[in-house]
Design a protein around this ligand. Structure first.
Ligand SMILES: Cc1ncc(COP(=O)(O)O)c(C=O)c1O
Length: 387
């Protein structure tokens, strides 16, 4: 049996060897602590769970949802965008529910790319920005996120031949894996670039609700002109501890939102209505205190990890957002994979090699803050023993 050529183009899974080693250590009885995956460990806040419980008892939620989504869900998204980002959205034309951001991002490739087209993808970046274009027969073109430029791409120096074939551009701030936030003026620059080159911007807004030190993350759509050139994928996964629920939205440019909807009507049958009603509860002001408490929890964990890294000589900049610490691989290691394997072998702590997120991630590693305090404390103590 042969997988499709498209599937074969996806680069080999860099975590595979690390996972084999983790399994081997666990089989030997080792107490392995994983700081690898970014999946919130805290439960979904009770007010969201209760809204879903109530919705489950309503038979109207048991049938096929429409791909447009419930009116009350779309209105709740618009109210949230107005209240939180000062962005006005039209619930009839500028909002469509998605079965998680990952679904939306993959399907946007199907909706907008033909064979031979390019998608500009942040490097390092969330892997679907590159796998998505390959899987639809198009091609990703990597845009290196330069630490010297605050982990933004150099839009001035993208090859003319690339620009002619580029139809989509994936960006993500606050950023996974680097923890960077969009520098002042950057989104304005993106809007100009997209307008000049007729590229649809897809801004992946997965981490706007997890910010620290009085930083508040904006929506890309708050940038003047952004709605003319772009859409935003807003996910409830991380900010509301809802990764398993699969709840996100695609918002912004009405023509692009409509195109995404048209594609989806051919592929899936929409977002479970009980999940949409849970989303209404999550996006209401009633959940603000829960979001604030999660920020405080992660801030404490971030400080714990950054202090421990500094103590072993790793020069780390504490992130102002996201659930990740992105740090340079210490001297003496040939690659980020080699360093992560060394840490695993010596301490039974799992951290992610930067190269797993793209070639520009080489030389860095990522620590996820989604581990309960006592385990994180143990992990940093073990890291300390490396000094
Ligand atoms: C940048 C980014 N976008 C999207 C996602 C996935 O979001 P969802 O759970 O809504 O599919 C992740 C998950 O790690 C992510 O890091």
């Amino acid at each position: 049996m042969q997988p499709s050529q498209r599937l074969s183009k996806i680069p080999p899974y860099l975590f595979a060897e690390l996972e084999r080693k983790i399994s081997a250590r666990r089989a030997e009885g080792a107490d392995v602590i994983s700081l690898g995956i970014g999946d919130p460990d805290r439960p979904t806040p009770p007010l969201i769970v209760e809204a879903a419980q109530e919705a489950l008892t309503e038979p109207e939620t048991h049938q096929y949802p429409t791909n447009r989504g419930r009116q009350d869900f779309r209105e709740a998204v618009c109210d949230f965008y107005q209240r939180r980002f000062d962005v006005t959205l039209d619930p009839a034309h500028e909002v469509i529910p998605a079965i998680g951001a990952k679904e939306a991002i993959f399907n946007l490739n199907l909706a907008f790319l033909d064979p031979g087209d390019y998608a500009l993808a942040a490097d390092p970046g969330y892997p679907i920005y590159t796998a998505g274009p390959w899987l639809v027969g198009a091609e990703p073109v990597l845009m290196a996120l330069d630490p010297e430029r605050g982990f933004t791409p150099d839009l001035e120096h993208i090859d003319e031949s690339v620009l002619q074939r580029a139809k989509l551009m994936y960006l993500n701030y606050p950023n996974n894996p680097t923890g960077a936030v969009a520098p002042e003026g950057f989104f304005e620059h993106v809007v100009e670039f997209a307008r000049a080159n007729d590229v649809l911007v897809v801004h992946d807004n997965a981490y706007s609700e997890t910010t620290y030190d009085s930083y508040t993350a904006p929506s890309f759509l708050a940038t003047p002109g952004a709605k003319d050139v772009g859409i935003e994928v807003f996910s409830l996964s991380k900010g509301y501890n809802m990764t398993g629920w699969r709840c996100a939205v695609v918002v912004g440019n009405a023509e692009a939102v409509e195109t995404y909807w048209r594609l989806k009507t051919n592929i899936d049958s929409g977002l479970f209505e009980a999940v949409q009603l849970a989303g209404v509860a999550a996006l209401s002001p009633d959940a603000d205190a829960e979001v604030a408490a999660m920020k405080e929890l992660y801030r404490g964990r971030r400080d714990l990890v950054c202090e421990a890294l500094r103590a072993i000589g790793v020069h780390v900049t504490p992130p102002r957002a996201t659930i990740y610490v992105w740090a340079p691989v210490p001297q003496g290691f040939a690659s980020s994979v080699e360093y992560c394997e060394h840490v695993l072998e010596r301490t039974d702590v799992v951290i992610s090699p930067g190269s797993a997120y793209g070639p520009s991630g080489e030389g860095w590693f990522r620590i996820s803050l989604t581990t309960p305090e006592h385990r994180l404390q143990q992990a940093v103590e073990r890291l300390g023993s490396l000094a």
